[in-house]
Design a protein around this ligand. Structure first.
Ligand SMILES: [Zn+2]
Length: 212
């Protein structure tokens, strides 16, 4: 904007506030008239602080974003050679927000998508539950009714707990499943095994059903 009195376009900045668009109070270099104007700041890269988590592990890193961008929860980014998803954003006022101009971000939290899905597998055997932690490909599909095997035991899947709900029919990807529930089949059962999960087991525990 030029001076409203004389039309001259150079000025001295008296006051400036705001980030993306700066509100300026300026004094005309030609006639000394004082007026308000705005100035777009040039787009520049900003290194934003990131906390990456992968399973129980987490570490600090940085990502380069641009000053004219917005970032929102759920955005996919590529950081430290990993595909990650933004799970939380903290702004400069130390509030957690769903979306935020990049210039106002203090820290973002992301989770790595570059991993196997870690899920629980509980196999029911009349009052005793064999509980496993397994790691499988994120796109591995479990269906209700599947016959599986783990460490020599055959089971049939009867339910899942996913991130959002409990399921008693259908199928789901490992990446959205928290726990698969199966019923132990008798040793003489002749059903064909669809998959053997033995090599994916990280940990096995045996629990009484009433003490969870
Ligand atoms: Zn002027």
């Amino acid at each position: 904007m030029t001076c409203p009195v004389c039309g001259y376009d150079e000025y001295e900045i008296i006051k400036s506030k705001g980030k993306k668009t700066r509100q300026l109070l300026v004094k005309c270099d030609n006639c000394d008239h004082i007026y308000n104007t705005t100035a777009e700041e040039e787009v520049h890269p900003i290194n934003v602080r990131v906390i990456i988590s992968e399973f129980e592990r987490s570490w600090k890193s940085e990502v380069e974003l641009y000053s004219d961008e917005y970032l929102e929860v759920g955005t996919l980014l590529y950081i430290d050679n990993k595909d990650v998803e933004v799970t939380s954003i903290e702004n400069n006022e130390e509030k957690r927000v769903f979306e935020c101009p990049v210039v106002d971000i203090k820290t973002i939290w992301v989770k790595s998508l570059d991993t196997l899905a870690r899920i629980g597998l509980s196999i029911d055997n009349h009052g005793t539950v064999l509980s496993h932690k397994i790691e499988v490909e994120r796109d591995f599909i479990f269906s209700i009714g599947d016959i599986g095997e783990v460490n020599g035991l055959k089971f049939q899947v009867y339910a899942f707990k996913t991130l959002e709900r409990n399921m008693r029919k259908g199928y789901a990807y490992a990446k959205v499943i928290k726990r698969v529930y199966g019923r132990l089949l008798p040793a003489k059962d002749k059903s064909k095994v669809k998959y053997d999960l033995s090599e994916y087991v990280i940990k096995t525990t045996i629990k009484d059903k009433d003490r969870k």
